[in-house]
Design a protein around this ligand. Structure first.
Ligand code: SAH
Length: 215
């Protein structure tokens, strides 16, 4: 159920659904998603669906993780390298683990302490060391580490948070779901000086970006 064949089937499905970046597809094949979910759900870890994490949160659908990563690294090498990337909404750390292969360092913020701890354990067990995690409210970004070459948000605000746009490097890109439950789009904003180039990628369904922290 967590076999090479099961993982290959997932990768094939993402390819058919339009994920073209082979490095992203390879990374999805290599990161063991079953260690990020509860044991009872491990047999479903390579289905292309979101799964519950507890505390009302979910591990994102692999297709959406791949699409967000692909968008974040788009035109890398074209004078654009990803040194520092900020992630808001670590959850269990699955998206963080996928991202870590494409970035010098990932800074990731989670508002629920138990998930923050769980992500720490998961990333450690995979030997992923270019990640710094923080238990904090991601609405404010991570000011002392700004500016970032990329920012990825895995919970949905109703409008794009200004504080996150301010923490983007020139040429850097913010990828996030925006909108009320039932009406969200995945949006990409690339900074060009004081302007932002906006692209809408697809309809998505994320948990809301909530204010404040929880223990
Ligand atoms: N990135 C995860 C998805 C987690 S779901 C994955 O790879 O599967 C979204 C996460 O965002 C939840 O864990 C939720 O607690 C967190 N979140 C919501 N609002 C937040 C905020 N203001 N700051 C930080 N994290 C937040």
């Amino acid at each position: 159920m967590t076999s090479a064949r099961t993982r290959e089937r997932l990768v094939e499905r993402l390819r058919l659904n339009g994920i073209a970046n082979t490095e992203v597809l390879d990374r999805i094949r290599d990161v063991p998603r079953h260690i990020f979910v509860d044991e009872a759900l491990a047999s479903r870890a390579y289905e292309d669906t979101a799964l519950p994490l507890g505390r009302g949160q979910t591990i994102s659908q692999p297709y959406v993780v791949a699409a967000m990563t692909e968008e974040l690294v788009r035109d890398e090498g074209d004078g654009r390298t990803l040194g520092k990337v900020l992630e808001i909404g670590t959850g269990c750390g699955y998206q963080t683990a996928v991202l870590a292969a494409f970035v010098r360092h990932v800074f990731s913020v989670e508002r629920i302490q138990s998930l923050f701890r769980r992500a720490q354990g998961n990333l450690q067990s995979l030997g992923i060391s270019n990640v710094s995690l923080r238990h904090a409210d991601g609405w404010h970004g991570w000011r002392s580490q700004a500016p970032f070459d990329g920012i990825l948000v895995t919970a949905a605000p109703e409008t794009v948070p200004e504080e996150l746009l301010e923490q983007l490097e020139d040429g850097g890109r913010l990828v996030l779901p925006v909108g009320a439950p039932g009406g969200q789009s995945l949006v990409s904003m690339t900074r060009r000086g004081t302007q932002f180039e906006r692209r809408e990628l697809l309809r998505v369904s994320f948990v809301p970006l909530v204010k404040g922290i929880e223990t």
